[in-house]
Design a binder for this molecule. Sequence first.
Ligand code: PLP
Length: 428
Amino acid sequence: EAVSPASVPEAAPDDGAGLEAARKEYAELRAQGLSLDLTRGKPSPEQLDLSNDLHSLPAAGDLRAADGTDTRNYGGLLGLAELREIFAPLLQVPANRLLALGNASLTLMHDAVVQALLSAPPGGGRRWADEERVRFVCPSPGYDRHFGICERYGIEMISVPLTGQGPDMDAVEELVASDPTVKGMWCVPKYANPTGEVYSDETVRRLAAMPTAAPDFRLFWDNAYAVHHLTGEPAELLPVLDACEEAGNPDRALVFGSTSKITAAGSGVAFVGASAANVAWLKERLLKQTIGPDKVNQLRHVRFFGGTDGVLAHMERHRAVLAPRFAAVQEVLEEELGGLGIAEWTRPAGGYFVSLSVPDGCASEVVRLAKEAGIALTPAGAAFPYGKDPRDREIRLAPSYPSVDEVREAMRAVAVCVRLAAAEQRAA
Ligand code: PLP
């Protein structure tokens, strides 16, 4: 179960001996000359190998889709119907409103934001670029690249805390109800980056139903980890488009996803799903942007998976590779930091990250100490709007890429850095 980083309890005052011991441990760590990287949530080579057969598909004589479409030629603006059928149940969007497009969902999110800036979305009177201010609600810590899109286009970000069940809904409802400049909200509803939490049914219902001052308010529903389970009991997420429709706000959500962490990161297929009105709006842009997506790659994915069950079976193979790495994080952190009162961390049931909370004001120091000892961690604050963690306490750990042994080694090293940073702070 994913737990939200609760406040880290006050540690006992230091008598000096703790600091000396922590300094000695750290000096020994540095002497080891480690070189480990826990920065980005990339699939490991072992995971990428799971999809090796993909790359020799489709066979030379097998380039036609079921409806006779020659995938090598122009056309099929909204993507191959067969692939959309396969992913529709996984992304909880009806196939006729789920578009299979390019190679990266981040591009689709970026383009949807830019399109809203330049071309009024359904329900909105005018382009967002014509508003004096545009603001987005940003549950934090969150995905740095979402926040990067806002920063690039001058969209102001308003942080709201996460609760372990999704964003603090009282805070979100208050913000969107009173302020028409709040046009959007970033949501990673399942196995969130980086806290691992899954939005509860109540959270999804409240997001779908809440009154918004902006008539064209949008949830950017980035379901990047829809099928990326780490346990045998996949979490269930309420389908947001259905919830929005039931609440009388059918156009509220744009759903995104991709196969980046299913097949090949950067060479997969990305999806966007929405209401009929939103799909028509997206289509207006697509018609000018392209004559059609890479259907050969889409057919390759159809042949590789065979069907929705094929995707789920494939994700079980990913789980077999990933789960031991995540278990190693939990084991070592528990051994090294459990019960010390200086750290807490999430226990995600899916996704790619663990979020480690250290005493307020210590995260940057932990990351600095780790760097000097050869362990690259995501910069402190990166998971917050404008790169600033107001309490300087969250550290995102990405254990997918290194081997299990490297993960253990890295976690032991991180623990040494946390103990030193906490001891230094207590002694100060
Ligand atoms: N969304 C989230 C929440 C992610 O964590 C990531 C990658 O780490 C992405 C999107 C990137 O997806 P894509 O490769 O489809 O652009």
